[in-house]
Design a protein around this ligand. Sequence first.
Ligand SMILES: [Ca+2]
Length: 496
Amino acid sequence: MLGKLVPHERIIPLKTAQMARQQQWKLHTFFAAVTAVIALWAWWRPAYSVAPAPQDSRPNVIFILTDDMGFSDIGCFGGQFVPTPNIDRLAGNGRKFMQYYSAAPICSPSRAGLITGMYPGRWNFTTFLHTKKHNREAEQADFLDPSAPSIARFFKNAGYATGHFGKWHLGGGRDVKNAPGFEQYGFDEHASTYESPDPDPLITATNWIWSDKDSIKRWDRTKYFVDKTLDFLSRHKDQPCFVNLWPDDMHTPWVPGKDPEHTGKYPLNREEEAAFKLVLKEYDLQMGRLLDGLKKLGIEKNTIIIFTSDNGPLPSFKGSRAAGLRGTKLSLYEGGTRMPFIISWPGHIPAGTVDTSSVITGVDMVPSLAQLCSVSLPGNYPGDGTDKSAVLLGKPASRDQDIFWEYGRNDIAFKYPAGRNKSPHLAVRSGAWKLLMNSDGTDVQLFNIIKDRNETTNVANSEPAIVAKLKSRLLKWRASLPAFRGDDTPDSHHTN
Ligand SMILES: [Ca+2]
């Protein structure tokens, strides 16, 4: 039945080399589990048989994934809503990237891209996870298959302590009761929200994403997750750490605490700009607490910090949250996928610098961070990303690999922004060009994204050769994504 909604799937063969690689990968994960059991046994043997390990000097990684932050919410990316001195301080310690893209213009698939280093469609992620009914209608899984590659597992297997603090949205919540636990993805510790397999009771007083009755109030959540992060790091000072700090600010509803400097009415409308500003001000303060906390722990120099967002803003306040870029969350135009991106690593990444030319994406993070931290990836790892560690360290480079997106494969389960912000449902960035189109060949749009960052002038008619080449590549990529079969629940084909 669902096949009717995706006519392209009837005419394009779906079995591809990529799918074969994924099958090989699943076999590999089984043998990896056996190896892990043997390794665990070896580790439990009496201590006198184990030689003391040399001090592990590899850097910590803190990956800060802000929720729904626009390209220009923060001052160092041009934001003028409230001063953000602490996030700006992070940028001053490191390097900004002006052409970083998330893997999707919405939570769950964007996050799946970061965890796996693969296009989210490869694991049947098409939009935000919701009820089982919604997920079927969106032709997507109920949770991330735990046999999928996971950056946390790669780091854990390489000797890192791993933690996830904040929003997950890769399984669990609503009527999905069988989502795998964090440990199955390689996390040693976690504290998470309703949209996870194990909601923290302090922020889940009711069966919903947030509640006035929560012990930790909505406006204190980021503080809570920062505290969890610092506590985790303080308890693992003799070991390198990989930490996801994934708050659910700046997602609506914006529920600020009472701010002594706020003279307007309180409480505020939870979607209005005044509320947004107060939440952003608090968010920035908490990022400052994190930076100060790392310094107190004496680990600020040997820690890589990445700061970015999972998808574009909504509401966008007439594009002002995305520096005038076209599109918002739910759109494949730049406003939906181009994100602020900061990386700092004192002594390794030049401080206070900016890279305007290199094009990088969320799926590059697995190979790039693995390289920076001397974490080896399995030889048959089927990632879609590219090792951009040299770029992150300060050497701009042009990109040879295209970047592909899909959002909105049918009109049943997908929300779209209104008017000119609604994009076609496929997109590719290739060098200076960006092509958008629907999979049935309609609504082809081509932009020179260097000259026309705001996607105002469709030049498809004057560049037929570029259009033909990119259309072909984009449809080939779309055809390489596995079809979702409604009767094939994701937990029916893995062993753990
Ligand atoms: Ca989001």
